[in-house]
Write a protein that binds this ligand. Sequence first.
Ligand code: S3P
Length: 183
Amino acid sequence: MSQTAVTPQNIVLIGFMGSGKSTVGRELHQRLGYPLIDMDRCIEEAMGKKITEIFKEEGEAAFRDFETLELLEISKNTDENQIISTGGGIVIRPQNRSLLRKLGYVVWLHAPEDVIYDRTSRNQDRPLLNHADAREKITNLLAEREPWYRETAHLKIDTAGLDSSEIATGILESARYYFTHSK
Ligand code: S3P
């Protein structure tokens, strides 16, 4: 007898740079045992270059194309449940927003602007913020992207004052509810 196809119970993390997606992704991976797909790391492996080099040598538009291709590739895996941690700009393209909604339970990690600035200014690995006016850039990008995060997410978590373990607990409880009631 053939097996009935089951929709995978993926958890997808979206949010601005420095909002904690990778850390929370690792926490969820440890608790659930699902594979963790960190999209930026996958793109770096596929291209054999760091994100900063891709931006510098090929440009942002090329990076966005790789990002969409990666998302299409991930969407093909219907065999297992996954935790998917995305790059902060994944929501720019309408095509990506609709792919993300179909991929699983989408959680928007929201952090205060001060926290984002503090975390992202600690290293140079985010090409969009490697400028003297990084603070202004963050303000502008946040204003532009927040409606897209809102539109794409099933759940928004205000992470201020919460550690990654508490955030993961909140996600797991609401994801369980979602997957039980969305059939
Ligand atoms: C980007 C966010 C980065 C990375 C790239 C572009 C963005 O990922 O994809 O530097 O446009 O917000 P993180 O959100 O993991 O830093």
